[in-house]
Design a protein around this ligand. Structure first.
Ligand SMILES: Cc1cc2nc3c(=O)[nH]c(=O)nc-3n(C[C@H](O)[C@H](O)[C@H](O)COP(=O)(O)OP(=O)(O)OC[C@H]3O[C@@H](n4cnc5c(N)ncnc54)[C@H](O)[C@@H]3O)c2cc1C
Ligand SMILES: O=C(O)[C@@H]1CCCCN1
Length: 388
C-alpha cells in the first residue's frame, strides 16, 4: 500500500454530484482528490447515458428557484469547456388537471414567472402532433425545458476539475473511512488523509456510511431505460421540435411516465417509467422485474401512436430514493467535516452544478446559497437507525 497522501478534501464518487463538488472545491483553490471505484467513464451508477431532462417545472418552489441558477451554471460550464451541453426542446407536462402534481407544477411555474405556455385541449394537437392527451389531463410547456447531454457533461466537468489541478483516481474503491479531525480514507490502491470529506456515492451511500456508524433511509431501485422505434423516422425527433415530456401521477392514476425526443439513437425515443424495483447496486443485473415495461407498452400504444409499442433497446440505471424524494445535502450527524450529498431520487442530474456549489459551501463551512432545510438529515428522525 502506498504512503499516505494529504488533501484539503477527498470527494468519494465521481458521478455528476461528486464531479461538480470536486470542481467547485478546486475552483476555491482546495487541494482536492476525487475517488471513483470504477474505471471512468462507466455505466454502473446513476449518471451515465447520453441524455437527461432539464426543467424548472416542479411542485416545490425551492427546485424551481435552484434551477434558476442551475441554467446559468450549466451555461458557464459550456463556455469554459467549449462544448454544448444543453438543447432547448421545451418540457411538456401532462397530468390530471385538478388533482395530483399537475396543478402544483402549474402554480409553481406561474408564481416564479417561468416562461410557460398553457395548452388547451383544442390547441394541443397544433403544438404536439402525434400524442394523445388523456381524458381529464391538462397540458403545459415549460419553455426552457430541454435535454442535457449527460455523458458529455460529466466528461466536461471532470476535465475542468483536472485543469484546475484536481486529481481523479478512478478504479480505486474506498474500503474504509476513519473519521476524526483529519479523516483517513483507505482505498483499494492507497491511503489518503483530508480535513474534509464529501460522500457522493449514489446508490452505494449507505455502504460507505456504514464505516461511520450511520445509515440513511435510502432505497435503491433499478429503472429500465427503454427506447421505442418511430414508425415514421423523425416523427418525434429533436429536429421536429418534439419536446421532452412528463406525465404526472395522481392517487388514482399512477402513470409517472417521461420521455425525451429521438436523438441519441437514430429514430428511437426514450420513454421510461419513474417507479423501479428494489435492487442492490452491486447486483442490479439480477433485478429482472419488467412490470414497468408492461405499463409503458400500454401507455405508448394508447398515447404515442407513432411508436412501435415494444421497446427496441432496454438499458438500465438506478435511482437512490429518500422517503420524501427530496435530496440529502447536509453534514454527517456525528462528524462535521464529513458532508453527504445523496438521495437524488431520480431527479438530481439537472441540479449537478448547483449541488456541487452547495456541497462545496457546506464543506468550506460557508452559509449555503439556498435554504437547505428541506434537505436536512434530521427530517428522517423516525426512520434512522445506527449501523453500530
Ligand atoms: C433512468 C434515469 C433517468 C433519469 N433522468 C433524469 C432526468 O431526466 N433529469 C435529472 O435531472 N435527473 C435524472 N435522473 C437522476 C440523475 O441521473 C441522478 O440523480 C444523478 O445521476 C445522481 O448522481 P450521483 O452522483 O448522486 O450518483 P452516481 O452517478 O451513482 O455516482 C456515485 C458514484 O460513486 C461511486 N462510488 C460508490 N461507492 C464508491 C466507493 N466505495 N469508492 C469509490 N467510488 C464509489 C460510484 O461508482 C458512482 O460513480 C435520472 C436517473 C436515471 C437512473
Ligand atoms: O428529473 C427529471 O426531470 C426527470 C423527470 C421524470 C423522471 C426522471 N427524472
Amino acid at each position: 500500500m502506498s504512503a499516505k497522501q494529504d488533501y484539503d478534501c477527498v470527494v468519494i464518487g465521481a458521478g455528476v454530484q461528486g464531479s461538480f463538488t470536486a470542481y467547485q472545491l478546486a475552483k476555491h483553490n482546495k487541494k482536492t482528490l476525487l475517488l471513483e471505484q470504477f474505471v471512468l467513464p462507466h455505466t454502473r451508477g446513476s449518471s451515465h447515458g447520453q441524455t437527461r431532462i432539464i426543467r424548472r417545472a416542479y411542485e416545490q418552489d425551492i427546485y424551481t428557484q435552484m434551477m434558476g441558477e442551475g441554467y446559468q451554471l450549466w451555461a458557464q460550464l459550456e463556455k469554459e469547456a467549449g462544448v454544448t451541453l444543453y438543447r432547448q426542446t421545451g418540457l411538456l407536462v401532462m397530468g390530471p388537471e385538478t388533482s395530483g402534481d399537475y396543478p402544483l407544477v402549474k402554480n409553481t411555474l406561474l408564481k416564479n414567472k417561468v416562461p410557460t405556455v398553457i395548452l388547451s385541449r383544442d390547441n394541443f394537437h397544433q403544438h404536439i402532433p402525434n400524442v394523445v392527451l388523456s381524458e381529464g389531463h391538462g397540458a403545459l410547456l415549460d419553455v426552457t425545458g430541454g435535454v442535457l447531454f449527460a455523458d458529455r457533461a460529466l466528461k466536461a466537468v471532470q476535465d475542468q476539475f483536472q485543469k484546475l489541478g484536481g486529481v481523479i483516481q478512478d478504479n480505486e474503491k474506498v474500503t474504509e473511512i476513519k473519521p476524526g479531525p483529519v479523516v483517513k480514507v483507505m482505498t483499494s490502491g492507497g491511503v489518503y488523509q483530508a480535513r474534509n470529506v464529501v460522500i457522493t456515492a449514489g446508490p452505494w451511500t449507505n455502504k460507505l456510511l456504514a464505516h461511520t456508524g450511520f445509515q440513511l433511509p435510502l432505497e435503491t431501485v433499478k429503472i429500465n431505460v427503454c427506447y421505442w422505434k418511430e414508425k415514421t423516422p423523425g416523427t418525434y425527433g429533436v429536429k421536429q421540435h418534439f419536446p421532452c415530456f412528463v406525465v404526472t401521477g395522481s392517487l388514482e392514476s399512477k402513470e409517472h411516465i417521461y420521455g425525451l425526443p429521438s436523438n441519441e439513437y437514430p429514430d428511437l425515443v426514450k420513454i421510461c417509467y419513474h417507479i423501479g424495483s428494489k435492487t442492490d447496486p452491486d447486483y442490479r443485473d439480477l433485478q429482472t422485474d419488467t412490470s414497468d415495461i408492461d405499463i409503458l407498452k400500454r401507455y405508448v400504444s394508447r398515447c404515442i401512436p407513432g411508436l412501435v409499442p415494444e421497446p427496441a433497446v432496454v438499458e438500465s440505471c438506478m435511482y437512490t430514493l429518500t422517503p420524501d424524494r427530496h435530496f440529502v445535502l447536509d453534514y454527517h450527524p456525528n462528524y462535521s467535516n464529513i458532508v453527504i450529498g445523496a438521495g437524488f431520487s431520480g431527479h438530481g442530474f439537472k441540479f449537478g452544478p448547483v449541488i456541487g456549489k452547495l456541497l462545496c459551501e457546506l464543506s468550506l463551512g460557508e452559509v449555503p446559497s439556498f435554504d437547505l432545510s428541506s434537505f436536512k438529515i434530521r427530517r428522517f428522525q423516525s426512520h434512522m437507525k445506527s449501523a453500530l
